[in-house]
Design a protein around this ligand. Structure first.
Ligand SMILES: C[C@H](O)[C@H](O)[C@H]1CNC2=NC(N)=NC(=O)C2=N1
Length: 100
């Protein structure tokens, strides 16, 4: 019974971590790229930064829109890593003239 109680307690902790992840602060940004710009180009450049930082955006791409959500899973919430990657994404979008 002790083992079962331990497992139930571990399950409850896993649930609450998942819930904490769901509810934690996140940075969200939707970029509308120029219609003629390739979102894949923007995303590959960001992906290189993300790999270097070992910090990866949750994102999706539909036509010329890239929708990004950033947060630090372990925190859970926002850390300097999220702001640093967000700044790099801004710089890539702006310096490459991708924004409408
Ligand atoms: C072990 C590895 O460092 C972690 O899993 C990294 C990978 N990429 C990540 N990306 C993001 N956005 N948040 C994280 O907490 C995170 N953690």
């Amino acid at each position: 019974m002790a083992l079962r109680r331990t497992l139930v307690a571990a399950g409850a902790r896993a649930m609450s971590q998942k819930e904490a992840q769901r509810q934690c602060a996140k940075l969200s940004q939707k970029w509308r790229l120029l219609a003629e710009a390739e979102p894949q180009g923007f995303m590959s450049r960001v992906a290189l930064c993300a790999e270097k930082a070992d910090h990866h955006p949750n994102w999706s791409n539909v036509y010329s829109t890239v929708d990004v959500t950033l947060w630090t899973h372990d925190a859970p919430g926002l850390t300097e890593k999220d702001f640093a990657l967000a700044a790099q994404m801004d710089a890539i979008a702006e310096t490459s003239g991708l924004i409408e």
